[in-house]
Structure formats: structure tokens, C-alpha cells
Ligand binder design. Sequence first.
Ligand code: DDH
Length: 288
Amino acid sequence: TGTALKKLSKPAEKDYQAVYEAIAEKLEEGAENYDDGSFGPVLVRLAWHASGTYDKETGTGGSNGATMRFAPESDHGANAGLKVARDIMESIHKRFPWISYSDLWTLGGVVAIQEMQGPTISWRPGRSDKDVAACSPDGRLPDASKDQRHLRDIFYRMGWNDQEIVALSGAHALGRGHPDRSGYSGPWTFSPTMFTNDFFKLLLDEKWQWKKWNGPEQHEDKKTQSLMMLPTDMALIKDKSFKKWVDIYANDQEKFFEDFGNAFSRLLELGVPFEEGTKPMRFKTLNA
Ligand code: DDH
């Protein structure tokens, strides 16, 4: 009884595990005709776009606040299509009204990565929601049409190094471009609902050519013409310091999982003022 009541005591790890499971059960529910059959990739993207607005100089942006609930942030071009993910999270929030949206959205990314067979992601609760005045300015998330200089501008601003930029970019094993969202089209890999190091392998092994179409400039694989790479993805093998890590992650899935897991966990925590002593949680997958 009382599931809809606000929690009186501080939620414990088992309460967050229950939220984890509720999200996990939603990943494929009603997704028969959606993309590749899972909402996992778009939930990862929501967690990333909620967090990737962080600016280390001013301490602004980041996942704390969940300000993408509001325009103007929800209307930023980079966030097109993320309403799908926010709506799924809304249905979860109805069942667990005690959790902040900021904790919920980041937890959604953890669930999606783990349920799509990725690494276990350490996660801590403690984010609180802010109002519309805290919305991030437009332009803090990467622009896919740009090159390595832009990648460094954006990711150094959050405090990342070259290795971490490459590791995080491996998330493009998942999901696809949607012409009605970003304008780009197609998946990066042949298994877009499974977390693998295939993004790196394909980047190195396939021949990539400019796609001939009316959409934005993107690459397609010469062999099947069904996969895509963004200009920013191609920058990872054009730039020596980035390519070094593409080679390493293409050859060592375990190393990629470890580095991605650590970086993604930190990404979700950028700028979050945790209470001292907040312990990282590690959630069990539905199959475990
Ligand atoms: Fe990404 N990403 N991303 N991305 N991303 C897109 C889709 C997905 C860039 C641009 C795009 C990361 C880095 C970058 C995911 C996760 C992550 C799309 C297509 C564009 C464009 C959107 C659409 O049309 O629906 C650029 C540029 C960068 C960069 O410069 C590095 C990172 C770091 C992550 C992460 O999660 C850590 C995921 C997942 C998707 C698939 C979404 C979906 O709905 O499918």
C-alpha cells in the first residue's frame, strides 16, 4: 500500500533498484514499431544531453536540475526527438514520485546501457530539480557537422581528455540518426540495440564514402550503404591523438567497457553537489 505516497525516509539502494527494474521493463514495451525495437538508445541520449551541458569554469549546466523539462532547453536543436525519452521517464515518475527527474534521467541512461549488454555503471543519487531560470544556453552540445577542434572545444569545456572523448564516442554503437530529428540518417552499427565496441571496429575496417543525398553531409559504408558516420565521428580517425584510442578500443572490448563505464558514470555526475558520503550504487540487470 501507499506506493504513490512520497517517501518519508531516505530512499535506499533497493528503492533505486526498483526504479531501475521499472525502466528496464519499459525499454521494449510498445517499441515493436519503433526504430530497432528498443527505447534504450534514446534514453542513453537523454542522459547524455542532460549532462553534457556542463561547463567546468562556471559550474553551470550538467545533469543536476533536469532543465530540459523546459523550453528553451527542450527546443534546442540538439535535443530534437528527446521528448520520446522524457515521456517514458514521465510514466516512470508517476510510479516513483519521490525521485528527482535529474536522478531519474541519469538512472535511465544507466539502465539502458546495462540492459543493452554494456558495462555496469556506478551511479549515485542526490540530484535535485531546478526551475526554468537554470536552463543551459544553446550551443553547449556538440555539432556533428564540425571537426576535431570543435570536439575538443566542447569536451575540454566539460573537463575531458582525448582518451575520454574517444571512449564516450563509442556510445554510437547504439541507435541511429533520424532525418526528422537531427537530419542525419541510419545506424552506426549492425546491432544498434547492443552495446559493443563495433563503432570503433567499423570506423577502422569499413571504407567510408560521402553519402549522396539531399540531407546533411554524412558518410556511409561503401559495402552496404546502410551504416553512417557523422563528420565528428570521422574526425576520430583523422586526428592522431584520437585515432590512437580508436585503435585500442577496436582491439580490446574489455578495455573499452572499463573506460566507457568510468567515463559515463562521471559524465552523469558533472557539476552535481552530492552529499558527503553518498556511496556509488551498482544495479543488477533484469536477467541477473
Ligand atoms: Fe551522439 N548523436 N553525438 N553521443 N548519440 C546522435 C545519436 C546518439 C553526436 C551527435 C549525434 C555522443 C556524442 C556525440 C548517442 C550517444 C552519445 C545523433 C542522431 C547525432 C546527430 C540523433 C537523431 O537524429 O536522433 C555528436 C556530434 C557527438 C560528439 O561530437 C562526440 C556521446 C558522448 C554519447 C553518449 O551517450 C556518451 C546515442 C545513444 C544516440 C542514438 C539516439 C537514438 O535515438 O537512437
